[in-house]
Design a protein around this ligand. Structure first.
Ligand SMILES: Cc1cc2nc3c(=O)[nH]c(=O)nc-3n(C[C@H](O)[C@H](O)[C@H](O)COP(=O)(O)O)c2cc1C
Length: 166
């Protein structure tokens, strides 16, 4: 049996989304898949992959431009592969309490490539996150790491289960 090769492409500004992508990759590998994790801007061609996961961070309601362009650039090939998308954003527990739907631009990308599902994960800003606005949010007490490793693992196992069943 051929091991399925899965690409996890991420668009990040400050690394929180990269961390989620790495965790998804790690879990898929534990489940026996061949997972490769790459910055979305480095992905020229997805033809070597059997399935693709694309994630991006949210800023002022917008999904990562690098993740979006990665989906658009590869749309023709993605349409013929199983695709999942995720967003990294909320700086509170809301993503654990309810299903947060994709923002409109992500919903459009999902439609463009025929993505199967989307998941919103909590995001992260810490004292190490650069930028005036991040500092202002931290000052308002809105900082912290809300990426829930258990939720990320559960979602990744779900992807593995769909791919190994196929
Ligand atoms: C200036 C600023 C604006 C943000 N806007 C949003 C937003 O509109 N929606 C959201 O869910 N999260 C928002 N966030 C939280 C980020 O999406 C979160 O910190 C994310 O995990 C960052 O990922 P990255 O480090 O991969 O760029 C914002 C954060 C900052 C600093």
């Amino acid at each position: 049996m051929n091991t399925k090769r899965v690409l996890i492409a991420y668009g990040t500004k400050h690394g929180a989304t990269a961390g989620i992508a790495e965790q998804i990759g790690q879990t898929l590998r534990e489940d026996g898949l061949d997972a490769v994790v790459l910055p979305a801007g480095d992905v020229d061609d997805v033809r070597d992959y059997d399935a693709v996961v694309i994630g991006g961070s949210l800023y002022a309601g917008h999904w990562s431009a690098k993740a979006k362009r990665c989906a658009e650039r590869n749309a023709d090939l993605l349409r013929h592969r199983p695709v999942w998308m995720f967003s990294s954003g909320p700086l509170d527990r809301s993503a654990e309490e309810k299903d947060i739907p994709p923002v409109a631009a992500v919903a459009r990308q999902m439609q463009l490539v025929g993505a199967r599902e989307h998941m919103t994960f909590g995001g992260s800003i810490t004292a190490h996150t650069p930028g005036f606005l991040a500092k202002a949010l931290l000052h308002e007490g809105k900082g912290g790491d809300y990426r829930n490793p258990e939720r990320i693992r559960t979602w990744a196992h779900h992807i593995s289960a769909e791919l190994t069943a196929a």
